[in-house]
Design a protein around this ligand. Structure first.
Ligand SMILES: [Zn+2]
Length: 140
């Protein structure tokens, strides 16, 4: 009885299609903030963490119960694009540390592509393999 009522209530709602990446992120963020909130001492910091956590859960519930499937899917796509960019940035920082002294990473001023170049002291001219633009690189 309750089960059937719940199924009828969830019919056509975004949550009935499963948990998407953004909802997964909101659940994880809420849990992490819960742990951080338990450790943090300051009253203002605790209040801010609690507010952000509440906002994450309200947004999660809103998305779960939403009937605007198209809008929620678009939201999720935007989130995934942003998340992969953030992940890419962290990956690049990791490689920069790993390659320190052996390779340098330079951004092409023309197309924005990040080039991994063998490190050698002095000034060099580099040709971007993506857009063929030539630009100067100076290694100290
Ligand atoms: Zn380029």
């Amino acid at each position: 009885m309750i089960r059937r009522k719940l199924a009828a209530f969830m019919y056509g709602r975004y949550g009935s299609f499963g948990i998407d990446s953004l909802n997964m992120f909101l659940i994880a963020a809420g849990l992490i903030l819960y742990i951080v909130g338990a450790v943090v001492r300051g009253r203002i910091a605790s209040a801010v963490i609690f507010a952000v956590q509440t906002a994450a859960y309200v947004y999660l519930i809103f998305r779960f119960l939403s009937k605007n499937i198209t809008a929620r899917r678009k939201e999720n796509d935007r989130f995934r694009a942003l998340f992969s960019r953030v992940k890419g940035w962290f990956g690049l920082q990791k490689n920069r540390i790993r390659d320190r002294g052996k390779f340098v990473y330079k951004k092409c001023p023309e197309c924005g592509a990040v080039l991994r170049l063998p490190y050698s002291k002095g000034e060099h001219t580099v040709r971007c393999p993506k857009c063929q633009n030539r630009f100067g690189v100076k290694n100290g």
